[in-house]
Design a protein around this ligand. Structure first.
Ligand SMILES: NC(=O)c1ccc[n+]([C@@H]2O[C@H](COP(=O)([O-])OP(=O)(O)OC[C@H]3O[C@@H](n4cnc5c(N)ncnc54)[C@H](O)[C@@H]3O)[C@@H](O)[C@H]2O)c1
Length: 350
């Protein structure tokens, strides 16, 4: 039985709490949040009686084996390191941290602790990803040399801490780009990034004046402060010659929202979002194929359940996680280099 505590009980914590409650090998023993009202409400809703305002107090509880960190990005490193030092297994939401320095400090703490430490790269756990990964591992795409993703919201700056750079570390790149950059990099076989060229635009602000259109908001939505970019694009080159292009936005004068992730190899190609499909050629003919599976897209709830169950298995059975901290470090290097390139208007060499 794994005894778990969840730190930060805002929006995304639901996707951790519910699968923990459904997992028969888990006992959800504690919740923590600095917002007392929200904490009390969630405690009551989920029947959890150990409620902490301070994560340090939760970590002092020797009964707790593992923690999920679902707090603002600026607290991930501090809580992850404290958790590992207290002997807990750690699942930390994406992005791993705000800076590479913080990410490396977490990696160091993982090495010292010998505990399971997993980054919340939830797309790695999607059934669509798992299906495609098997085709890639079987060589069906050949050598993957290009990947391209767009994660564009026309109106979707979540406000609150998300748009306060001191708490989030940045805008759509660190919040949305992290997902698609990671999933492409993972499916490409995790090549070493060597150079990054990026642009960040601060043209539209959060467009909080727009009426009659709803969008995702932070638990404590507040539109008054916004010092993060609204659009970022980037070209990342890898040691093996492969490259990746990505564009992401919180606000954009786009006709509609767009999420697309595509991977191209010399034997075949694939789209993983919005829906899984494979492309290849045979007998001088191009074939587009659609796997016959229950869900071709990214199933948000199922992927989180897969992620949580994988973390639990790793903790209880001593297995290696498929989303280790060192991968979080590499992704942070790419994200930070994009921001650095945008700031200096130059290509950054890693
Ligand atoms: N994997 C995904 O798809 C996904 C989706 C959304 C958010 N996230 C990540 O999850 C994290 C939380 O995002 P959210 O949307 O739930 O935000 P949120 O604002 O809805 O919730 C965050 C909660 O953390 C609490 N908190 C902040 N600092 C704390 C501290 N030091 N100790 C205890 N509690 C603290 C806040 O009071 C709040 O209740 C972020 O890192 C975000 O990037 C991941």
């Amino acid at each position: 039985m794994l005894k778990v505590g969840v730190i930060g009980v805002g929006s995304i914590s639901e996707m951790h709490i519910r699968p923990y409650l459904q997992n028969e090998n888990v006992e959800l023993v504690a919740l923590c949040d600095i917002n007392e009202e929200r904490l009390a409400k969630k405690g009551e809703l989920y029947g959890v009686s150990q409620l902490y305002n301070n994560y340090q107090d939760l970590l002092h509880n020797p009964d707790i084996d593992a923690i999920s960190i679902c707090t603002w990005n600026n607290t991930h490193a501090e809580i992850a390191i404290a958790g590992l030092e207290a002997g807990k297994h750690v699942l930390v939401e994406k992005p791993l941290s705000m800076t590479v320095k913080e990410a490396l400090a977490i990696e160091e703490a993982v090495k010292k602790s010998g505990k399971v430490a997993q980054v919340g790269f939830v797309r790695r756990h999607g059934d669509n990803t798992k299906i495609l990964k098997k085709f890639i591992d079987d060589g069906d795409l050949g050598e993957i040399y290009y990947a391209k993703a767009s994660y564009l919201r026309r109106l979707g700056n979540p406000g609150g801490w998300f748009s306060d750079k001191s708490k989030s570390g940045g805008g759509p790149l660190i919040d949305l780009g992290v997902h698609v950059i990671d999933i492409m990099w993972y499916l490409m076989g995790k090549p070493r990034p060597v150079s990054v060229s990026g642009n960040a635009y601060y043209k539209l602000g959060n467009r909080s004046h727009i009426e009659h259109l709803s969008f995702y908001k932070a638990a404590d939505y507040d539109a008054t402060l916004n010092d993060v970019e609204d659009l970022t694009n980037a070209l990342i080159r890898f040691e093996n010659g492969a490259s990746m292009f990505v564009d992401v936005s919180f606000t954009l004068q786009a006709k509609e929202d767009e999420t697309s992730v595509k991977i191209f190899g010399d034997k075949g190609g694939a789209e993983i979002e919005p829906a899984l499909s494979l492309v290849t050629e045979k007998n001088n003919t191009i074939l587009n194929s659609t796997p016959q599976v229950d869900n071709l897209g990214f199933d948000f709830e199922k992927s989180f359940a897969n992620e949580i169950n994988h973390f639990v298995e790793c903790c209880l059975e001593g297995r290696e996680t498929i989303a280790p901290i060192e991968d979080g470090v590499e992704v942070m290097k790419m994200l930070n280099a994009v921001y650095e390139s945008a700031k200096t208007k130059q290509e950054i060499y890693l």
